[in-house]
Design a protein. Sequence first.
Length: 283
Amino acid sequence: MLKGLLVSIEGAYDTLPSMEQRVARYILDHPKDIIDMSVQKLANETKVSQATIVRMARSLRCNGFKELKLRIAADLALSGEVGDDYQLFRVGGDTEELIKFVSHNNAKSIKDSVSVLSKDSVEQAIRRLAVARKIGVFGIGASSVVAEDFKIKVMRLNKWCEVGYSEDMQAIIASGLTEEDAVLGISYTGHNEGVLHAFQVAKERGAVLISLTQFGSNPIAELADIPLFTSNLEKHYRLGAMASRIAQLNVIDILYVGLVTQNYEENIRALERTKLAVKQPKL
C-alpha cells in the first residue's frame, strides 16, 4: 500500500477535476478532522456528491474513503520526522543558512517521494529491467542527468543501455526496440513531448514502458506499463530542478541496487571487472 497520502494529494491536486479539488483542499486544510468524518459528512462540508469523494479516493490509489482515512491517520502519526514544509532561501542569508536550506529540502524530497513510491511497481520495474535485452532511457534537460546516471550504473552490470538526449535520438532508439526490451522515461512534469513521442514509438514496438514522473495524472505515466512517482516537490518554486533531481536519483539508486540483487554473483563479478578496467593505466 502507498504511504504518504497527504503528499500524494498535494502532488496530484492540479490534475484533479474541479469538484475533486474542492475535496482535496478541504482534506489538506483539515487533515485531523477527516479521521472521524463519514463520507456523508465530508460531502456536506465540501458540497459535492459522495460519488465524487469516492472517485477522488480511487484516483489517489485508495480502494475507498475508509482506506483514505486510514492512510491520512498514518501520515499524521508519522509527521515531524522531517520538517513539514519546503523552505525558501532568504536572500542575504549566511552560508550556514544556505547549507541547511538545501540539505533540508533534499532530505524532504526523498522522504516525500518514498511515501508515494509503490513497492509493487518498483518490484515489477526491477524484474522487467533485469530480463530486458536492451534498455532505452529517455530524458531531456535536467532529466538527462538522471538518465545518464542510470545508464552508467546499468552498463557496469554488462547490460545494453542507451540514453536519448534529444527528441530525434530518443525516437531512433525506440524504433529499434522489441517486446524483449524495456524503456525508462524520465520527466518531472510527465508532459515532455519528446519523451512522450518516444514512449509511443516504443509501445508500438512492444517494449515495456517504465515511467518516472511526479505523482498525479500525466500523459507519460498514463501510457506507461509501470509508473513510478516522486512527490510534487517544487510546486511553488523551481531552483534548477534541485529537489526533484535528488528524488529521481534516489529512485534510480533503488532500481540499480534491485538489479544487482537479481543475479547477485554474476553482477558482482561484472562490477569487479569494470572496477579493474577503469583502474588500468592509460597509454
